[in-house]
Design a protein around this ligand. Sequence first.
Ligand code: ADP
Ligand code: ASP
Ligand code: MG
Length: 403
Amino acid sequence: MLKVLKFGGTSVANLEKIKNVSKIISKQRDEGHDIIAVVSAMSGETNKLLKYAHKLSKKPKKNELDMLLSAGERITSSLLSIVLNEHNYKTISMSGRIAGIVTDDKHTNARIKSIDVKNLKNEIKNGNIIIVAGFQGITYNTNRVSTLGRGGSDLSAVAIAGAIKADLCELYTDVDGIYTTDPRIEPKAKKLNKISYDEMLELASSGAKVLQNRSVEMAKKLNVNLISRSSFTPDVEGTLITKEENIMEKPVVSGIAVDKDQVRVGMFKVSDKPGIAASIFSSLANEDINVDMIVQTVGVDGKTDLDFTIPTNDFEKCKNVMEKFVKDTQKIDYNEFICKISIVGVGMKSHTGVASKAFSTLAQEGINIRIISTSEIKISMIVEEKYAELAVRALHEAYNLDK
Ligand code: ADP
Ligand code: ASP
Ligand code: MG
């Protein structure tokens, strides 16, 4: 088989762990597989480098940040290559550029445009184990290093697996699969054998950072079968992320995600006239601020209330944009101490009462819901951040996810 194996930051956190990863790779090699390993930076490294940049400048240029951050993954790829050589395995490490990953020009959050698999194919033919530095590519127009957004090594692995038509893509992390909720929040969380792309995408987009959401989107598009598993217990079977039709039993609720990195923006008594919402949200979009939930109440006396949420990272930028709209509203109020709880399941399409159960469960715990939004397979609720863990545990029990 041709396998793409991805190792996240915690799996390569120090030299001992890099040695451990080399054993997982060499074992698979001995079993006869061709291997492309994709690695993250050692855990904490990307944050450390970011902090350095921000110590030197309030607003470092994004292309320089990419040059800086991409170094983290390059360090790991060469170290892993070195340790495998030490055990007489033939390897070649590659930066994103050499691996042929071409992106658009959006530095720090670039999208992959194409992958030229020529070098990858040649080196497989030469009998090498390939170790690719994840999270990076080069820009199509300017030929500069780019990075793929936080958690982007997942995307590197999936995109390479899709482009080279690998038989399997295994993502090794510090948990042995996808659980019904973050096992660090709810120890009673249960591991899922399989989960559909759509459900995984919703969980990942709602704060379950076990997989980067864009990588799941790409896996679905390119039909890459993904396995999430642990590098600490590599013999334990992980979770398969696959097409919905490959899953026989469809639970009503598959999982619960929590996202604490949200800020609620409340605009009170906004002028209720055509074009206001368009103007606010296009101004935010122009600054690349990703607005998540939006609620507008029914207007009274020419005024309406408008609430929306944005990622905490964009808080400062958002405040600057909102300056422009102070004159159109009585008050703008920001709340950083909120979180979003999302319940996800394909079975919701054909079941009723799923949402009302969520509302009554939180009511019983005395938790007030500030914003609600629903889609075919997801219910999301904004609550105060201090209730995050309590809400997750109560909902986990209410939907019998621990059974
Ligand atoms: P890596 O460094 O390997 O990319 P991450 O830290 O990005 O790993 O993701 C793994 C973490 O995701 C786990 O340690 C776990 O706390 C968290 N997580 C959140 N939701 C889930 C879930 N539903 N199932 C498993 N892990 C989850
Ligand atoms: N090192 C990058 C990050 O911390 C990419 C990754 O780990 O996937 O976001
Ligand atoms: Mg990750």
